[in-house]
Design a protein around this ligand. Structure first.
Ligand code: HEM
Length: 407
């Protein structure tokens, strides 16, 4: 009966290509989203740490980190939209019910995010010379910003948890038979799970710092002693943060509901654990080669580990929704629409990759240049191609709109 109800909540129009595509993209984009969230929180925490200190290196690092944090908020937001699209396509009966049960928080999410992001800018604008100023200004704004961003993450966590418990929806919607249509409640949470994802911010930010210290070795105006100090801090964050995160992950697995308790020993969890330990071990190996290009590989191995964690998280959702409630996301009705599928992959793989390659090339070269950076003819050409692709995409968007309008 419950399973039938869940199927009845599906979109009768079906999905435009096989659901496995949405499932896999959901896992990959969630991994990227959470990695960006972790870097955002880690760099913001290092900014506060530096702002509260008078130490020369800490301040210098804070000056760099506030720049990274402010970009990472927008990366985390953009990369949050992708898993949002995929989760609501194949898990719509669960996602929308969870959203309706906490509707006030879903709307409040945007406001809280806006205020949190603005406060980060308040700190940034007030501290243009953070590295050298005798005192940081408005540090409270940075602390409040991180607190609000954490509330935003908590809301996402609650929505992701509520969707896993359809057996409790009625009790939340009509406690003791009395309807509660307010949408102000937050009904399910799992603090170990939330803390696990947040704690991973330490090793992930450590991986970023390993790359940072290697990158700036190309500049002869950056003090090598400062970069050595950053390197030491980075490996400490990976080691200590890695151990803390694994302990929190174990606490999460140990406190799963009884009906799914065995999942904690599944190959998915063992794979994620191996990924995280492999990442810490690899970073340890790179430590004595931190000034070689291997330093960048720590970031790549860290990303792989996060993808394995995201896969285990998805397997848990599958185990609960399919194993306990009989809902199979892969038997969603398919109403193939090649046009929209191709548009998605071309936008993502050709246009997205092309434009991003241009941005990254410019950012990479500008950062390693002392003084003003002048792009080479090849980079200029890349820029023109990127703009051309964007113009084509916008023209295509309007042409399609007019075509359907005229039909
Ligand atoms: C900027 C602050 C944010 C933080 C700290 C944050 C943090 C998190 C965390 C910790 C989770 C995992 C929850 C869990 O599995 O228990 C999560 C999931 C998620 N986040 Fe974010 N998030 C942020 C912003 C956003 C934004 C702006 C969006 C969308 C536009 C978004 C979309 C999502 C989605 C869709 C999921 C769940 C994906 C799924 O279950 O498949 N997040 N986020």
């Amino acid at each position: 009966m419950e399973t039938e109800l869940l199927y009845a909540l599906r979109d009768p129009a079906g999905v435009p290509s096989h659901p496995v595509i949405f499932l896999v993209l959901g896992v990959l984009t969630f991994a990227l989203h959470i990695a960006a969230v972790q870097m955002m929180l880690g760099t913001a925490a290092l900014t506060i740490w530096g702002a509260l200190s008078r130490g020369e290196y800490r301040r210098r690092l804070a000056q760099s980190m506030v720049n990274v944090a402010k970009v990472m908020v927008s990366v985390a937001i953009v990369l949050g939209v992708a898993p949002l699209l995929f989760v609501q396509v194949i898990y719509d009966p669960f996602w929308y019910t969870s959203n309706v049960l906490s509707a006030w928080w879903v709307i409040g999410f945007i406001l809280i995010l806006l205020v949190g992001y603005t406060l980060l800018y308040v700190f940034y604008w007030r501290n243009t010379a953070l590295a050298t100023a005798p005192r940081a200004r408005s540090t409270w704004a940075m602390i409040a910003s991180v607190a609000l961003l954490l509330v935003v993450g908590w809301i996402m966590h609650v929505l992701a948890q509520q969707m896993l418990h359809p057996e409790q929806w009625m009790a939340w919607y009509a406690p003791n038979g009395e309807l509660d249509t307010s949408g102000t409640g937050m009904h399910a949470f799992h603090p170990w799970r939330f803390l696990f994802f947040i704690a991973l911010g330490a090793p992930v930010t450590g991986a970023l710092l390993v790359a940072y210290q290697r990158y700036f070795r190309a500049r002869n105006d950056v003090d090598p002693a400062y970069l050595d100090w950053v390197g030491t801090l980075a490996f400490r964050l990976i080691n200590i943060g890695g151990v803390v995160a694994v302990a929190l992950g174990a606490a999460w697995m140990a406190t799963l509901p009884e009906s799914i308790a065995r999942f904690g020993f599944s190959p998915w969890v063992m794979g994620a654990l191996a990924g995280l330990l492999g990442f810490v071990g690899f970073a340890h190996w790179v430590r004595s080669r931190a000034d070689s290009p291997w330093a960048y590989a720590v970031l790549a191995v860290g990303t792989l580990a996060i993808i394995m964690v995201a896969a285990a998280r998805e397997a848990l959702r599958w185990g609960m929704l399919h194993g306990i409630h009989g809902y199979n996301a892969l038997d969603y009705k398919v109403n193939t629409d090649w046009y929209s599928t191709l548009t998605f992959f071309i936008t993502f793989g050709v246009m997205g990759a092309g434009v991003l390659a241009y941005y990254l090339t410019v950012a990479w070269r500008a950062g390693q240049t002392r003084g003003v950076y002048t792009a080479s003819a090849a980079v200029d050409r890349m820029g023109n191609v990127a703009i051309g692709m964007l113009v084509l995409w916008i023209l295509h968007y309007f042409a399609l709109g007019f075509y359907w309008w005229a039909l």
